[in-house]
Structures are given as structure tokens and as C-alpha cells.
Design a binder for this molecule. Structure first.
Ligand SMILES: Nc1ncnc2c1ncn2[C@@H]1O[C@H](COP(=O)(O)OP(=O)(O)OP(=O)(O)O)[C@@H](O)[C@H]1O
Length: 472
């Protein structure tokens, strides 16, 4: 019952699929095991070259058994399986799920690149879609994101992710697994209702399905309509942007207020959403509806000047006929120094400014640098795997900050270190420091490492914080 629609969808996604190589993300659960069976069961004329990728997160007791199961099953099928272990000592204290997802996709990207795969394929299905859209709606979301999970997406790192099971419900997947005797492992944590997604899965969606059994089909239609609406909005907004955005630097966008105010309220709203998306959201800085409303009110207000604080040190500044969306530290006004820290999880990377890029990776992990960073000066800091230290923060130095500078644990003021290192006074305010969860400073970027960041022989597993600086 799934075979024919699956085959049709796959050939619609890519007519040349039989000449392509795909990397299937298989957790060992029913969805990804069915996905594997559907792909391996395709007739020659539409079956791609298949390899499997599995991550053992060491988050549950059964993790090792699941890894063994996936490996052995692939071995029986004659399919190559790439595995990675995410050891407990690498788990951060906070945002564990998000960190697991980040490292998972980083590993998928690495293997896909190494193996020249055209697609990474995951087993997201129709119920995942319904949960995602409803959760976003209830939590508060930008309109553009209400389309939920897309069948094919292209990530900034060049990875193309494909999700061909979105057209099927979880129930259909279970039935297929049963009918075809497909083995799988059940994740017991799916039953824990303290996780928001599980509450939607176990309580909200079943209730809504009772209201209307066609819920998933209607949500899939809704997702398609949002996709169309987004295309229409983009076609209106894109040409206007070129006229309204006067200049565009990584940490500062200048806008023409007069031209922006010529547009209707609705168009103005979506122009701002698009600008925020490109300038902030794509760099991992979130923006909420309250901040957007504040920006819109400032734009239309009688007063010619004003500033709205956004997130992660960004501000929206109105200066009569111009407005600036910028990192406050970009100005000479020291009152607007960035005080909000950047939180850096493993696998994450960000531009601190136009010419400064930073990432945190596991030791031995391949680092994918952004294109614009080629030839930049590089500085590296080893960070021990002590989980008490996470999450790491990249912040401006605060008055009175000190760091350990010798084996005896003596501390020196950062200001003194900067003077000793002959850092000019005007540059001292722009210095970034790496601060751990216990507020200890492990390094002044890219000036000096704390004694704490010297890794001992016995402490082999650690992370690398890599900082690149371009010429100013
Ligand atoms: N440990 C894993 N190893 C390999 N693939 C995995 C693993 N965990 C999840 N996947 C892939 O991702 C799909 C979605 O899994 P899951 O719903 O748990 O992800 P998620 O946490 O919702 O993250 P996201 O939706 O962002 O991918 C799975 O069907 C499978 O294809």
C-alpha cells in the first residue's frame, strides 16, 4: 500500500534518482526501518545507490543495542552503514536535544560530503508534520514557518535533505512494517509526556483526529497553501528590498525609512520580517512578534529618533530618514556595548562580527569553514570535556573580570593581561572572552589562553573552539 505512492513520489522528486547516491538516516525506529525497506525494494529503474548513517547518542540504555541492530541489519542487506558515537562526556548540560540534533546533522553532512551523496533522506512522516505545525502555532511562530517540514530542503552547508514519508501517517507505517515483517526498535522515551512533542503525539493529535479523521490530509494541504503564500509574499517583497535596503553589512543594515513608509502596513510588515530573517535569524538570532511590533511602531512614530533592543546585542535604530539594524558594538557609543552573551553549543558556528567567525567542535571533527573565511587568521582553544563547563558563552569582557594564569591558580585581571599584551586602549573594549557555565574565563580571544584551557594527558577527549579573524 505504500510502495506505489512512494515510487511515484521519489521519481517526481528526482527523475534521475536511479543515477544518484543517497544517505539514509536510520535510527532503528519503525519509520526509518520502513524507509530503508521502501528504498531497497524499489525496482532497478528508480533505485538509487543507498548508504546508511546512524548516530548512537548514548542517551538511553538501549542505544548500544540499537546501533548493533542497525549495523547488523545493513550488513545482511549488503548496505554500507556509517556510525558515530556521541559519548556521554560530550553531552552538554543544557539543550541536550538541540545539541544532539546539531551534531547528528553535522555528521550527516560530513558523511554525505565524503561519500558524494546527492541527498540525505530522513523518515519524517505525516504525524511529525502535524505535530510540528500545531506546536509552532501554539508556541508562536512566524507565518513563513507554519508550512512545517518541507519534502526537500537545501541547507546552507550544501546538504540537500529529502523526507519522502511525509505523505504517510504513522499508522500506515506501522501497518506496513507489520505486513512486511520489518524489524525495528521502539523508543520507550516516546511515551514520556513531560516532552512537549510527546504530549502532542499522544494526546493532542489523537483528540484532533477524533474531531476529524482527515486531520493529516488537511494539515498537509495547509502546509502546501502556506508554501504557495510564502512564494507570493516573496515575489512582492524581493523587488522592494533592493530599493529599501541602502547598504548591507554582516553586522549593520541601513534602510530607507521614507521608502519603507510608502508601503502599506502589510507589505511593510513582511519587508521587515524578510530583513530580520536575512540579517538575524539566518545567523541563529531569534526575533519575536513583540520586537517586530516595537520596530514597526518606532518606524511610524512622529519622533525622528529611537532605539529598540533586539536579541544577542542587535538593535534597531531610527535616525530620521534612515534606520539601522545593527550590532550595538558597531557604534562608537559605549552605552550600546553588547552585553548579551552568545551561547555556543557543539557543532554550532556564528559570525561575531563581519570579520570574526567562531565555532565549537569535538576534537578530531572535520570543520567546515564558511566560504568567506578563506585565508583568515586562525586561533584555537582546547576546552576540556568536563560537562560542568557547558554551555560556553562568548561575551564582551566585564569590568573586574579575571582569569587563571598559572598552575598555582593565581588570577590576573583581564585588563592587566591586555595591557601586558600591549593591546591598544581603543581595542580593549572590543575584546571577546570565552566564559564557561561556572563563569570562569578560559580565554581572551585571540590574545591569551587561561591556564584552565591547558588539557592534561589524561583528559584526552575535548572540544576545539576555533576562531577566525579576517583583515580589517
Ligand atoms: N540516531 C539517529 N541516527 C540516524 N538517523 C536518525 C537518528 N535519529 C533520528 N534520525 C533521523 O531523523 C528522523 C527524525 O527523527 P526525530 O523525529 O527523532 O528527529 P527530531 O528530533 O524531530 O529532529 P528533526 O525533525 O530536526 O530532524 C528519523 O526518522 C531518522 O531518519
Amino acid at each position: 500500500m505504500l510502495i506505489e505512492p512512494f515510487k511515484q513520489l521519489i521519481t517526481r522528486i528526482d527523475e534521475q534518482i536511479h543515477q544518484k547516491k543517497i544517505l539514509l538516516a536510520v535510527s532503528g525506529g519503525v519509520d526509518s526501518m520502513v524507509l530503508l525497506a521502501l528504498f531497497t525494494g524499489l525496482p532497478d529503474e528508480c533505485r538509487p545507490n543507498i548508504e546508511v548513517v546512524h548516530v548512537n547518542h548514548h542517551l538511553r540504555q538501549e542505544s548500544n543495542e540499537e546501533e548493533k541492530f542497525v549495523k547488523e541489519y545493513c550488513h545482511q542487506l549488503g548496505v554500507i552503514c556509517h556510525c558515530k558515537e556521541w559519548l556521554e562526556c560530550h553531552h552538554p548540560l543544557n539543550n541536550l536535544e538541540a545539541a544532539a540534533r546539531d551534531m547528528r546533522y553535522a555528521f550527516f553532512a560530513k558523511i554525505a560530503k565524503e561519500q558524494n551523496c546527492d541527498y540525505v533522506v530522513t523518515a519524517h512522516h505525516g504525524d511529525d508534520q502535524a505535530e510540528t505545525i500545531l506546536m509552532r502555532l501554539v508556541k508562536g511562530s512566524q507565518f513563513r514557518n507554519l508550512g512545517g517540514i518541507q519534502t526537500v530542503t537545501h541547507r546552507a552547508n550544501g546538504l540537500t535533505v529529502c523526507r519522502p514519508l511525509l505523505i504517510f501517517s504513522k499508522e500506515m507505517i506501522y501497518e506496513f512494517a507489520k505486513a512486511q515483517n520489518i524489524p525495528y526498535r521502539e523508543d520507550q522515551t516516546n511515551q514520556i509526556t513531560t516532552y512537549t512533542r510527546n504530549r502532542y503525539r499522544l494526546q493532542v493529535i489523537p483528540n484532533l483526529k477524533q474531531e476529524n479523521p482527515n486531520l493529516l490530509e488537511h494539515i498537509q494541504n495547509f502546509s502546501r497553501q502556506i508554501g504557495y503564500a510564502n512564494e507570493v509574499i516573496e515575489s512582492v517583497i524581493e523587488p522592494l528590498l533592493a530599493d529599501i535596503v541602502i547598504s548591507k553589512k554582516v553586522t549593520c543594515w541601513q534602510l530607507d525609512v521614507t521608502k519603507l513608509l510608502r508601503e502599506s502596513e502589510a507589505v511593510r510588515y513582511f519587508i521587515l520580517v524578510e530583513i530580520m530573517q536575512q540579517a538575524l535569524v539566518e545567523k541563529g538570532v531569534s526575533i519575536n512578534e513583540r520586537q517586530l511590533s516595537a520596530v514597526l511602531s518606532l518606524l511610524t512614530a512622529q519622533k525622528g529618533q529611537g532605539v529598540i533592543q533586539l536579541s544577542a546585542g542587535w538593535v534597531f535604530k531610527k535616525r530620521y530618514a534612515s534606520a539601522f539594524l545593527m550590532i550595538a558594538s558597531d557604534t562608537s557609543d559605549s552605552n550600546e556595548r553588547v552585553s548579551e552573551p552568545y551561547q555556543l553549543s557543539v557543532g554550532e558556528n556564528l559570525f561575531l562580527s563581519d570579520k570574526e567567525w567562531v565555532t565549537l567542535v569535538s576534537a578530531g571533527e572535520t570543520v567546515i569553514f564558511p566560504e568567506k573565511c578563506q585565508g583568515w587568521q586562525r586561533w584555537e582553544l582546547a576546552v576540556s570535556s568536563d560537562s560542568q563547563k557547558y554551555p560556553l558563552m562568548i561575551t564582551r569582557r566585564q569590568p573586574g573580570d579575571k582569569m587563571i594564569y598559572n598552575a598555582q591558580g593565581q588570577r590576573k585581571k583581564i585588563k592587566r593581561v591586555l595591557i601586558d599584551q600591549k593591546v591598544p586602549k581603543e581595542d580593549r573594549e572590543k575584546i571577546w572572552v570565552v566564559r564557561d557555565a561556572q563563569q570562569e574565563i578560559s580565554g581572551i580571544i585571540p590574545i591569551k589562553k587561561s591556564y584552565l584551557s591547558i588539557i592534561t594527558e589524561t583528559d584526552k577527549i575535548h572540544y576545539r573552539l576555533i576562531y577566525l579573524k579576517g583583515e580589517s
